[in-house]
Design a protein around this ligand. Structure first.
Ligand SMILES: [Fe+2]
Ligand SMILES: [Fe+2]
Length: 195
């Protein structure tokens, strides 16, 4: 069975949770730095890909209700991106490194719960009317993650097309920067073509 869009999103959420735990449950600075970078990389790409592919589809397939869902989600994303922008520039030796990530996670976790419990079930129910739509959205979502920025740029906004296109211009710079950042071992190295 091919992957539905909600499966692709939930998979990302579980990965984010795993990276978060690797940082907060460790006292090894090198381990924290690698997983902190991995967390930033995954969250930045996940957020922009949802804004480009998923939220416009909420509006398309769920009308007014979808618009309301998308607007609430964009607001939550903006809040998370502001916190991520601060976190991504911190080093684990900073005493605020873990507290900052914990305060980010509190906001993000509430948003993840809302997506999984409310938005995605309603969305999949609406998509059932058109065979294959959910699966093709999942493919687009995966491809989109390969070329979007991998760092947080809250000033680029959350509404496509214009703001996110502006945001996309930062992607090559982020990707070059990633070459010089430390990540976990190569099984989950940030190679978007494997995602
Ligand atoms: Fe989201
Ligand atoms: Fe999400």
């Amino acid at each position: 069975m091919s992957t539905r869009i909600s499966d692709a999103i939930v998979k990302d959420h579980r990965e984010l949770e795993q990276y978060y735990k690797e940082v907060v449950n460790s006292t090894d600075l090198d381990h924290q730095e690698r997983y902190g970078n991995q967390f930033t990389w995954e969250l930045a790409r996940h957020s922009v890909a949802e804004e480009l592919i998923v939220y416009p589809a909420f509006e398309k397939h769920l009308g007014e209700k979808g618009h309301k869902m998308a607007e609430e989600d964009r607001t939550a994303h903006h809040q998370v991106k502001e916190l991520l922008k601060e976190f991504q520039n911190m080093k684990p030796k900073d005493p605020n490194y873990v507290p900052k990530l914990k305060s980010l996670w509190a906001v993000l976790y509430e948003h993840i719960q809302d997506e999984e419990k409310n938005d995605l079930p309603a969305f999949e129910a609406a998509l059932e009317k058109t065979t294959g739509t959910s699966e093709s959205l999942a493919k687009n979502f995966g491809r989109t993650k390969a070329f979007v920025p991998s760092r947080s740029h809250p000033s680029a906004g959350e509404n496509p097309p214009f703001e996110s296109v502006m945001g996309l211009l930062t992607a090559p710079i982020d990707h070059i920067g990633d070459i010089f950042r430390k990540f976990p071992d190569k099984t989950i190295s940030p190679n978007p073509s494997t995602k």
